[in-house]
Write a protein that binds this ligand. Structure first.
Ligand SMILES: *[C@@H]1O[C@H](CO)[C@@H](O)[C@H](O)[C@H]1NC(C)=O
Ligand SMILES: *[C@@H]1O[C@H](CO)[C@@H](O)[C@H](O)[C@H]1NC(C)=O
Ligand SMILES: *[C@@H]1O[C@H](CO)[C@@H](O)[C@H](O)[C@H]1NC(C)=O
Length: 368
């Protein structure tokens, strides 16, 4: 009895002295901004004072927006709960969080462009940062979910989201809602698969209520990918989808190639020159009314394969394989969609073929 009590006490003490080893995956504290400023800390929609929004520190022209509020003739709609914040020119919000030094994390947040065409957001956890362009609307309701990743360089870090815009109207700027975090454990290549995270199971936080998928923007200024192992190349994003909201060919997660040739997903793998390899993968559709003739192009070094896929928009898939001989010790494998596709039920939402179950194996006896 006594021993049990001592053990119990020491567990309690160690819990008190070693705060949570890893942050729980999900919303940041007040990450959906449902707790807002006191009436005395507001002037109309404008938030006064740096600490008026619980858990957050703000600077510059920040507005606290209630769903259904009007701006000119535009109705502002908020995806999670009833409130969001809006960052005017040079405005920012930040929050200090506990993490584990050395680990990788992904941040998922929802944002909507309001008046300006060229709105951007700079998200940073020093020394990492990334500027996410918001010119392309992927989702017709105006809100998109974005993912970004960083490596923690300390046990306490500050997440900062800044609008670097310089619009004529100082209030012009993106709306932000629903900010969540997820720990990413780096995947490894194995003898069973030379591609890391080939089934895309490791990736950013997906909101249980969000049926739009998460955009993974091109990692131009960023070496840490929200889909570990993979890089998003070229100009536009790929969409990370999950089986709770979409049809996924294998496991619980996959990627949807939503921006034609303007978005490609790639990985550099170790290969032995002269050896023969087979790159296999599955192409399908997400069961999101994305219909028609699609083509996924696969690249392995200089070798390419075009895989046609006829989508009925209700979630089919088919396997494909590209056999090639490696020419170097590192081979770039890459996938893109040849065409742009729009949803048949919503002509302003981009969609495309789904890629999953990417596997690379060397062939012991290629002639057999
Ligand atoms: C509220 O905002 C208006 C318009 O910007 C300004 O004229 C006024 O002085 C502000 N009131 C307070 C109490 O800050
Ligand atoms: C998600 O949806 C459920 C059911 O509609 C609702 O009760 C819950 O509040 C929603 N969660 C968020 C974060 O919006
Ligand atoms: C983005 O923000 C970080 C942190 O404040 C800053 O170091 C970086 O220069 C910014 N990048 C751009 C392009 O504004």
């Amino acid at each position: 009895m006594q021993n049990a009590a001592v053990i119990f006490l020491s567990v309690l003490l160690s819990a008190a002295f070693h705060p949570a080893l890893s942050l729980v995956d999900g919303y940041l504290p007040n990450g959906d901004f449902e707790r807002g400023p006191k009436a005395s800390d507001m002037n109309g929609t404008v938030v006064k004072g740096p600490f008026a929004i619980p858990q957050w520190e703000i600077s510059g022209f920040v507005e606290y927006i209630k769903s259904g509020q009007k701006q000119g003739d535009m109705l502002l709609v908020v995806p999670e709960g009833a409130f969001a914040v809006r960052l005017g020119n040079e405005a920012s919000i930040k929050q200090k969080i506990k993490v584990v030094k050395g680990l990788y994390y992904s941040i998922t947040f929802s944002a909507a462009r309001t008046c300006a065409q060229e709105e951007r957001l700079n998200i940073s956890v020093a020394p990492d940062w990334g500027v996410l362009p918001m010119q392309t609307l992927y989702n017709s309701n105006g809100w998109d979910l974005y993912a970004w990743a960083f490596q923690a360089t300390a046990d306490e870090v500050v997440i900062l989201i800044h609008n670097p815009g310089e619009e004529e109207d100082p209030a012009c700027g993106p709306l932000i809602d629903a900010i969540a975090i997820k720990t990413l454990y780096p995947p490894k290549a194995s003898n069973d698969n030379l591609v890391k995270n080939g089934d895309f199971e490791i990736g950013p936080y997906v909101f249980p209520n969000a049926s739009s998928g998460v955009l993974v923007p091109p990692n131009i200024e960023d070496d840490h990918s929200p889909i570990p192992g993979w890089m998003v190349e070229s100009l536009k994003a790929v969409k990370y989808i999950d089986s709770d909201h979409f049809s996924v060919p294998s496991g619980k997660r996959a990627v949807e190639l939503v921006a034609g040739k303007e978005s490609a997903i790639a990985q550099v793998v170790r290969t032995i020159p002269g050896k023969t390899y087979i790159l296999s993968f599955v192409v399908g559709d997400a069961s999101n009314s994305c219909e028609g003739s699609m083509v996924v192009e696969a690249f392995a070094g200089k070798n390419t394969l075009k895989v046609p896929y006829q989508s009925k928009g209700n979630g089919g898939s088919k396997p494909a394989a590209l056999k090639f001989q490696a020419e170097s010790t590192r081979t770039r494998i890459m996938f893109l969609s040849t065409f742009y596709t729009m949803r048949s039920d919503d002509f302003s939402s981009l969609c495309g073929p789904v890629l999953d179950k990417v596997k690379l194996l060397s062939v012991r006896n290629p002639k057999a």
